[in-house]
Design a protein around this ligand. Structure first.
Ligand code: G1P
Length: 277
């Protein structure tokens, strides 16, 4: 399977350091955040990874691309352990890079991946989020491949935070999967949909948790989506369109989503580093 890692966002919550260092390149130990995201994709069977960047994020490309000149120097100096460390990022998968020319939102970033993906299901991992503990991705890949439907990782979300996330409603089935029937991007808490048990009782709110597996039908839906707030194309709008046509699964998981787009999230992730990826 192929994976797409959108990493072209501004990083405004990490100013001023994000002026010079992309938030995805901030360190968790000796590796940047995005290393753990690529490692998670590779562990779920993704062999080809496309990273969507912009001109100020060249360091992401440098990190994952081989560097034959430096590698030859290390080789010549007999520094074999260092050489192995140096090569690790490039060996996780086959990497490609694409520039998002304008900040037109997450939906636009995913749409740029159309030629790379072709006519197959593919994974999307938001590169400013790491998962501590169990990743939902392998289960999502299996589910999507078997059913030919898209799915999204979901986690419980306290009511006071629903206006920060994509929130979905639907029915909890006997396999513990949510059959989604409504989706809203950053809704007001009192208008936000909910997951329900088969008998109709509502559970707490559930939010999209930065990991997706899409069927290729997401691309025509994205291409049709009008730009919304700030001229941005919302991924959630295109997801809603394909949900109406094909159905859409929500997949819960026992791990913890850590948003490293802000300093507090990065510190939390550093504490849980041993359990990432
Ligand atoms: C994006 C998605 C949203 C999702 C969130 C966390 O929002 O649009 O649906 O819940 O990531 O995965 P952003 O954080 O980019 O505003």
């Amino acid at each position: 399977m192929k994976a797409v890692l959108p990493a072209a966002g501004w990083g405004t919550r990490f100013l001023p350091i994000s002026k010079a260092v992309p938030k995805e390149m901030l360190p968790l130990g000796a590796k940047p955040v995005i290393h753990y995201v690529a490692q998670e994709a590779a562990a779920a069977g993704c062999t080809d990874i496309l990273i969507i960047i912009n001109q100020s994020k060249e360091s992401i490309r440098r990190y994952f691309e081989p560097d034959p000149v430096f590698e030859a120097m290390l080789e010549k100096a007999g520094k074999h352990a260092e050489l192995a460390e140096f090569r690790t990022p490039a060996t996780l998968a086959r990497f490609q890079f694409l520039y998002q020319p304008e900040m037109r939102g997450l939906g636009d970033a995913v749409l740029l991946a159309r030629d790379f993906v072709g006519n197959e299901p593919f994974a999307v991992l938001l590169a400013d989020t790491v998962i501590a503990g169990e990743s939902p991705l392998a289960r999502m890949v299996e589910l999507s491949t078997r059913t030919h439907r898209s799915c999204v990782a979901m986690e419980e979300c306290p009511s006071e935070r629903v206006s920060r996330y994509g929130i979905a409603g639907g029915v909890l089935d006997s396999d513990g999967i949510y059959q989604l029937d409504s989706m809203e991007e950053k809704p007001a808490p009192d208008a936000a949909p909910r997951i329900r048990r088969a008998d109709g009782t509502a559970l707490r709110h559930h939010a999209f948790a930065a990991r997706y597996v899409f069927t290729p039908e997401i691309f025509p839906a994205l291409a049709q989506c009008p730009a919304g707030r700030n001229g941005e194309i919302q991924l959630t709008d295109a997801m809603r369109m394909t949900m109406g046509k094909q159905g859409f699964f929500g997949v819960p998981f026992s791990g913890r989503r850590l948003d490293i787009g802000n300093p507090k999230g990065l510190l939390e992730a550093a504490d849980l580093m041993e359990t990432l990826g």
